[in-house]
Design a protein around this ligand. Sequence first.
Ligand SMILES: Cc1ncc(C[n+]2csc(CCOP(=O)(O)OP(=O)(O)O)c2C)c(N)n1
Ligand SMILES: [Mg+2]
Length: 769
Amino acid sequence: MDPDFDALRLVDERLRWLSAWTIHHANHLRESGDGLKIGGHQASCASMTSIMTALYFHALGPNDKVAVKPHAGPVLHAVHYLLGSQTRAQLEAFRGYGGMQSYPSRTKDRIPVDFSTGSVGLGVAITAFASLTQDYLIAHDLMAPEAAGRMIALMGDAELDEGNVYECLIEAAKHDIRNCWWIVDYNRQSLDATTADRMFSRFDEIFACCGWRVVTLKYGRKQQAAFAAPGGDLLRAWIDACPNADYAALTYLGGAAWRERLLKDLGGAVKPLLDAHDDQALADLMTNLGGHDMETLVEAFDGAQDDVPTLFIAYTIKGFGLPFAGHKDNHAGLMNPGQIDALRRSMGIAEGEEWAPWAGLGGNSVEAAKALVEDSRIARGKTARPWRVAEVPAIAAPAGAEQSTQAAFGRILLDLSRAGGPLADRIVTTSPDVTVSTNLGAWVNQRGLFRRQELADVFAAANIPSAQKWGGHQAGQHVELGIAENNLFLALAAFGLAGELFGERLFPIGTVYDPFIARGLDALNYACYQDARFMLVATPSGVTLGPEGGAHQSINPPLIALGQPGLRHYEPAFADELATMMEEGFRLMQAEDGESVYLRLTTRAIAQQPRADEGWKADALAGGYWLRAPGPGADAALIYCGAIAPEALAAWEALKEDVPGLGLLAVTSPDLLHRGWSERRGARWRKGASAPSHVERLLAPLSRDAGLVTIIDGAPASLSWLGGVMGHKVSPLGVDRFGQTGNLPDLYRAYRLDENAVIEATAELFLAD
Ligand SMILES: Cc1ncc(C[n+]2csc(CCOP(=O)(O)OP(=O)(O)O)c2C)c(N)n1
Ligand SMILES: [Mg+2]
């Protein structure tokens, strides 16, 4: 049965109105409180309402998930307002505290938002990884094939300039993803101006060569009819050749300008065609692009019902139907009160009826529009998150007098795999081409690569000796990625939302070189912003990666972790610490108030600590514990984090006689200590007295005048702030210049991380300035 196109058009118009009005209300009617501009993007919304109408009220099925272009957020809220799942109060509070968010947010908005968006390009790419996640779940019998939905990105054309889109396109092709639609709102305008013409006809080729079907929706029905009239072929050729900027400017200028220009360029041959249209009709004709034409959109969506990944290039006008349509400066443009009034009147909406969903429509139209909306198959409410699905077994530290945390990590995963069980079965590992060098090899040998189609291990078949099995199959649990780190974080985001998106929680573990976290930082932040849950294992840390040199040595990741919400940094020095932290990590990944975990590891094998009991564990999980307890009123403490534990221990041995009560504090999470400390300071004002934070308790035994030496193979500021907790003096040791190649004694000497440097830094505490 044909959809009710008239009803679709009514809904389209209503979405255009409601999104514009929501933004107008926030900027012009609501008390601002601070005089700051509030903002919003009326033009970007108007550009997309037809596409979103055809999608939400015709094409979308209940299992489909959508990432909406960030600045079209108000349209998504308007969709839910019409559905009855968004309140007027939330619309009125747009961009206000506690109101609907500027850009769709999974965690903060009250309507169901499948993917948060905001940083352009990332919302596009995550849909490809969500498709991969869906295929993974189906292959592992965690989801019925019939329950598969489409992962859809509604994207702005400027997002096609984001490199991460192409990185992901390539990765997606390698994994043969399916059930993915990317719909480009091709208005040929970005934030600053109209977009360059040169890539104009190239995007389709790029996608086609990656195996995508490309559907271009260029002309609406009116234009197609005009092309069939005398002179129509000339008009069509002219449209095809028209530069972006000209098209946009003429759109803004309107019917008379179109007429003048077309007559000038095409002459008398098109005069009859033009004469058949008055100025308004001519403007309507020239802006009747595919992305605003309901029949064209519906036909395109209906025509792509198989699982082939599909790019729809929907030509649109930025600001369609609004007074600044096509103007190059319209991105953040707001209609003034006179203009919104005119728009209201043109839509037949009475003053005071602005929020009424169907104001100004006659009875039959209202019924038809309501019926259409009620028939929409999309979810009205948020789904509950599936907390706690796997019991976490006790994780034992691997045996070995000398171990590195990276080797211990590989060993722990291997042990988990051998022991089997629900947790091991739901772990999915992934790595951007550093699987073997980050010690995931043994796990992969056990659990295999994930591939939808069988991947033969050619080397094994040819009996070529290799420690690494590299065969892929449907039951595999390691997703091998190409080298682009950004994709790692997007994959972790998608796998880490498997529970929320598909009802089955996975435990994604991603390994990466610590310095190259920086390459995927925005995607990491994006993953955390959506509260995706994953374990990031980054290794090796700091200049301890001696011979590899400065390009591979990581300095600032502990600072990144310190500033990253939603991600808990643990930096173990010993294998038993790591085992404890991984166990805690698996719990955190599925706890309602949990978070993701970042483990910063090292390849340096060090002597392990004998333990008298397990008393250290709780403190280690809280961010730090005394490896050598300080005496009461001690004048100094050594505080270290991670790989340089042996140097700190050696210095402690050398100094303990001279500095009575000298303590040695193992900081296992600068991040947690800092959080606890600042939370405590704030709690005093927010909720009255509160217990001292963990770091305050740790430092309490020291004398008020004590000095601290902090030592980390990374940015010294990661620990030097500890002086602020009690007002202690600090000598901060760490790496604040680019690293070099060398052996550890040379490097630790050069970067002042050796025993001697710790002794000197301690002496410095006692010297008068
Ligand atoms: C990574 C990133 N860079 C910059 C911005 C700021 N920004 C928001 S929208 C936009 C341009 C969007 O143009 P387009 O994608 O074509 O959307 P349109 O509004 O034209 O539909 C920019 C630069 C952003 N949100 N994210
Ligand atoms: Mg655009």
